[in-house]
Each structure stands twice: as C-alpha cells, then as structure tokens.
Design a protein around this ligand. Structure first.
Ligand code: SF4
Ligand code: SF4
Length: 329
C-alpha cells in the first residue's frame, strides 16, 4: 500500500471520529438532563451565595436546605413553618410558597432546585450499579415519608396549641428547646450537611464563631454532643444510602417531598404520554430511567401527576419517540 492510499484513509477515520464526537456533544447538549444539571448547579451556588457576599434574600422555598447556617440565602419552607409555629406566628409566607409552588409547578423544585436533591443526584455516580428495590418493598417504604411528615406536624402543631393556651412550657422543656423549635431541622441530614458541618469546619479552622449566625438551630445542636453524633450518623447513613439507591431520601424519607407530593394532586402541571408514539410493549425505557420508580406505563396517558414525580424529565430524555412530555392544564 502506498502513502497516497494511506492518507485518504486516515483522513476519513479522523472525520468520522470528529463527526462521532460532534454528534455525541450535540446529543449531550440537547438533553434535558444537561439543562437540569446546569440549573441544579447554579441553584446550588445561589442558595449558598452568602459565601460570596450575596443575600440573604427574603425568599422561602419548599426545598430542603437549612434553617441555621452560615451559608443561608433563602429559607426552606417546611422548617420555617415549624419555627413560626414554635414562635406562635402564623407562617403565611411559607404556607403561600408551599401552596403556590405545588399548584403551579408541583414537585419540580425537587428535581431542579433542591440542593439536597442535587447532592443525591451526584452521589448516584459513586456506584456504577445501583441496588434494585422491588416494587413491593418500594410500595411499603414510600409510606415512611408520610409517617415522618405526620409525626413532625403533630409535634409542632400540638406544641403551638399548648403554648398558645399557656400550658405548653413543660411540653417544650420535655422536647428540648432546639428540638421543639424545629423538630425536622434538629435532625435533618441536609441541615447537618449544609449548616452544622460548615460551622464545625469554620470553628475548627479559624476559631471564629463570631462569623457565624447565632440563635439558630445549629447553635444548640453544637452544644449537645450526643445530638451532634446522632445527626452525623443520620447524615452519613442517608448519604451512603443515596449512593446505592438513587434519590432514596426523596423517595422514602423527605417530609417536604411528602407534603409537596400530597399537594401535587391539585397541580396544573403533569406529564402526558402520547399513546400513538409510545410502543409500550417491550420498551420500558422511561420506567427504567425514572429515579423515583414512578409506574409511568400504568398511569393515565392524558395526564398524570404522581405524588412521587419530581419532574426531572429523565423519562422524556429516555423515550426514543419523545412520547412523554410535560402538560400544563
Ligand atoms: S424530596 Fe426533599 S430532599 Fe428530595 S428534592 Fe424534594 S425537598 Fe429536596
Ligand atoms: S416520571 Fe419522569 S419526570 Fe417524573 S420522576 Fe420519573 S423520570 Fe422524572
């Protein structure tokens, strides 16, 4: 074979490689998942923007962030409801945020904004193969988050009622000041990750607790070592689990997700599956892509808003005929 024959051959291979790389990049750029990851990353930066001297902003969102932290720019709605009830103030702003978000965009903040959801999405890459949860176990475990929600609302509600009636002092003392103030945040893995850990690091590294806000849930927790160890154990457990089971905290434990899921029944937003485009039999690519194990193919095709759907749109990305799309009606 002569040199002149070899040259065109290598040029063809090069151009094929370039084309493959280009189509790969193009495919990646046009994927909804790419847009979602960028949005999640930007929101993560914004929600922690106090570090860069921005905020705090008077914004309450139904996501899991923190109440007590050196890096807070917006407040999490569920924690704020608990705190306001403890202070005997009606949490208008937090409730309005929860209701309006649920009605207009359902649980999409879980899929696109929540920093703890983002952390779990990243943890998924730690393990190549994930643990498959059987549908039966899944059906039993999704009830846990509703139970947690009910317990938390019961504690905050009864405490507020007894305090308002002037007979709640002993109840408050029995619960402990910090736990009573915001029972969820006192143990929340997100609060530990975003509030308590940075505080420990800052205090240990610089020894300047004055840099950090006072009067927060994290303050009291740091002064109670046993509580701190319990918090750390919960956080490590949840983070470890998320590496094996994607979004396991959101699926099974998050009370904010549970609340938004319950309200999602009243949402304008849903998903629709075009029955003409959907081949259904033998495909199931959408079901396999769903991190929340939503039984997409068993849902009504005209519109469905499953309480566990976080509108990540991985199902839309996965569907080769784009049969699944968001529907607002
Ligand atoms: S379920 Fe909870 S932790 Fe998960 S994304 Fe929603 S608010 Fe965040
Ligand atoms: S049904 Fe689709 S949009 Fe909803 S959680 Fe599953 S993959 Fe995401």
């Amino acid at each position: 074979m002569t040199m002149s024959q070899k040259e065109p051959e290598s040029k063809t291979t090069e151009s094929t490689n370039r084309k493959t790389l280009f189509s790969y990049l193009k495919k990646g750029i046009y994927r909804i998942e790419t847009a979602r990851k960028i949005t999640q990353f930007c929101c993560f930066l914004l929600l922690n923007a106090v570090v860069f001297g921005l905020g705090p902003w008077p914004l309450v969102l139904p996501i899991i962030g923190t109440l007590g932290t050196p890096t807070k720019t917006v407040l999490e709605a569920f924690g704020t409801v608990q705190w306001m009830l403890f202070e005997l103030v009606i949490p208008f702003l937090a409730l309005a945020s929860i209701l309006l978000t649920a009605v207009f965009v359902s649980r999409s903040l879980c899929g696109w904004v929540c920093p703890f959801g983002f952390v779990q999405d990243l943890l998924k890459y730690v393990k190549k193969r994930h643990t498959q949860v059987s549908p039966r176990t899944h059906d039993s475990m999704i009830k846990i988050k509703y139970f947690i929600l009910a317990v938390l609302l019961f504690i905050s509600g009864t405490l507020a009622i007894t305090l308002a009636a002037g007979v709640g002092r002993r109840y408050k003392t029995a619960l402990g000041e910090d736990f009573a103030r915001a029972p969820f945040n006192a143990l929340s893995p997100a609060d530990t990750l975003f509030a308590v850990l940075p505080r420990i690091v800052l205090e240990a590294r610089y020894g300047i607790p004055t840099l950090i806000e006072t009067g927060t849930v994290a303050d009291g927790i740091l002064s109670a070592p046993l509580f701190l160890w319990i918090r750390l154990a919960i956080m490590i457990g949840i983070i470890g689990l998320a590496a094996y089971i994607p979004r396991s905290w959101c699926r099974y434990f998050c009370p904010n997700g549970a609340l938004m899921g319950l309200l999602s029944h009243f949402s304008f937003l849903g998903l629709k599956r075009d029955p003409v485009k959907c081949t259904k039999v033998g495909c199931r690519l959408c079901v396999e892509a769903c991190p929340m194990m939503v039984r997409i193919l068993d849902m009504p095709w005209e519109k469905f808003n499953d309480p566990d759907c976080i509108y990540c749109l991985k199902c839309t990305d996965a569907c080769p005929t784009k049969a699944i799309l968001p529907k607002f009606s």
